[in-house]
Ligand binder design. Structure first.
Ligand code: FES
Ligand code: FES
Length: 191
């Protein structure tokens, strides 16, 4: 390993420790897609414009193309896959389908993350607040109206009770997480 340009980092990806080498300038997006094979995180623009790469990190939604992988060392990262059993996310997914808010689907993982993040912080947003909440996410297909309808239909209806949700308020892994890593649960990624 080139000590000047690469380092070994561990992230807690969807509550599982994952360790792999990361380049000094490698984005969290590239680390997730190419090292952790978390291809549910999409790469649209790679420069912070489109929102397809959204993940929950350090207790908030971020565009993973704008975060260095090294910044995530020792931190929790949730992708949409990690929220698969979360009631709020499940309701959002159903509502997107029911309202025709998915066409090509490329923006959908990021859009759902933005909607989830919004409702986590503000469970009963106005339509204007929903618009603001997804303002960093681009969709070239739907015209946004159906997406806003889908989010509005879920707003205020779902108790926010999942473990992942609780973990978002404590972005650093717990002692149990650290013990799992030490006990050999590391999922080693490719170099
Ligand atoms: S790929 Fe990150 S904002 Fe577009
Ligand atoms: S559904 Fe195609 S980009 Fe949004």
């Amino acid at each position: 390993m080139d000590q000047l340009t690469e380092s070994m980092i561990t992230i807690f990806l969807n509550d599982q420790p994952f360790q792999a080498v990361a380049g000094a300038s490698e984005s969290l997006l590239d680390f997730l897609r190419h090292r952790a094979l978390a291809t549910e995180v999409k790469c649209g623009c790679g420069r912070g414009d489109c929102g397809t790469c959204a993940v929950l990190f350090d207790g908030r939604m971020v565009k993973s193309c704008l975060v260095l992988a090294a910044q995530a060392n020792g931190k929790r990262v949730y992708t949409i896959r990690g929220l698969g059993r979360d009631a709020l996310m499940a309701n959002l997914q159903d509502s997107f389908i029911q309202h025709g808010a998915i066409q090509c689907g490329f923006c959908t993982p990021g859009m759902l993350m933005a909607a989830y993040n919004l409702l986590r912080i503000k469970p009963t947003p106005t339509r204007s607040e929903i618009r603001q909440g997804i303002a960093g996410n681009l969709c070239r297909c739907t015209g946004y109206q159906k997406i806003i309808d889908a989010i509005a239909a879920v707003a205020g209806k779902t108790a926010f009770v999942s473990e992942a949700a609780d973990s978002l308020d404590s972005p650093n892994p717990t002692a149990t997480d650290q013990e799992k890593a030490k006990a050999g649960y590391l999922l080693l990624g490719g170099g």
